[in-house]
Design a protein around this ligand. Structure first.
Ligand SMILES: [Zn+2]
Length: 249
């Protein structure tokens, strides 16, 4: 999967897949990197962090939660390891939760959990920039990981839609024109999906039956190559889990 790494005024935002290390290092090591920020603990964002820390000897920052997770990253299946590589544990990340500054810019750090519980966006209000990590990706999604929360993604999308920005620096699909249109499409898609799953669930249907009722296609190939890490069924289960958490919290 294509992943973007951003560099602005000495600040490197994320480090890309380890699978693409050679290519990424050949470009990044030429840059005057002064500090690194990791948006969340997924491997495609921190896969080259250790190598870059060795090269640049500059401070690395992330949210408190990401810093904790990175000390002891969750284990992954063999297929995930083949597909993405494993997140290397890292004790050299300093927690910051409010803002990060460069010479010219100050980025507010906005928690945007859902896709990952530790994920944050970097918002530069004066420039109208939002570095949104994996919040957007596309107008809709057909599968997700087993620990994602659709309800939290909906809240995070609503939160960023209240901000004033012109450019969306998504880690997989940047949008340089009217990005809020795309974010709104994603929000609408997730809200409708959530509502429909929860309606079927309230009628007593289980996850597999809900897949059938909503005519959701089962992408066995995706489920197989990701070792079950990515599937449409995970999206349905996420809504059921969110509903359960709502009732018990
Ligand atoms: Zn991610």
């Amino acid at each position: 999967m294509l992943v973007y790494v951003y560099f602005v005024d000495g600040l490197l935002i994320d480090t890309g897949h380890s699978n693409a290390r050679k290519m990424i290092l050949s470009h990044l090591t030429k840059l005057p990197v002064e500090q690194i920020f990791i948006t969340h603990h997924h491997e495609d964002h921190n896969g080259n962090l250790v190598a870059l820390q060795k090269h640049f000897q500059v401070p690395t920052y992330a949210s408190s939660l990401c810093t904790e997770i990175m000390k002891n990253p969750p284990s992954i299946s063999f297929s995930q390891w083949l597909l993405w590589g494993k997140t290397e544990s890292n004790n050299n990340i300093q927690p910051i939760d409010n803002q990060i500054s460069t010479n010219k810019y100050t980025f507010q750090l906005i928690p945007i959990p859902g896709h990952a519980r530790d994920m944050v966006a970097l918002y530069e209000p004066n420039e109208g920039w939002l570095f949104s990590a994996d919040l957007y990706i596309y107008d809709y999604i057909k599968f997700c990981m087993d620990n994602e929360s659709i309800a939290q993604q909906i809240s995070s999308l609503k939160k960023v839609l209240t901000l004033d920005f012109e450019y969306l620096f998504c880690a997989h699909n940047p949008k340089m024109k009217d990005p809020k249109v795309n974010l709104l499409r994603k929000l609408t898609f997730l809200q409708n999906f959530y509502q429909e799953v929860s309606n079927w669930h309230q009628k007593g249907y289980g996850p597999e039956q809900i897949m059938d009722q909503m005519s959701l296609k089962r992408n066995y190939w995706m489920r197989f190559i990701s070792g079950g890490a990515l599937s449409g069924l995970n999206m349905v289960k996420s809504v059921i889990r969110d509903e359960y958490n709502k009732l018990t919290s």
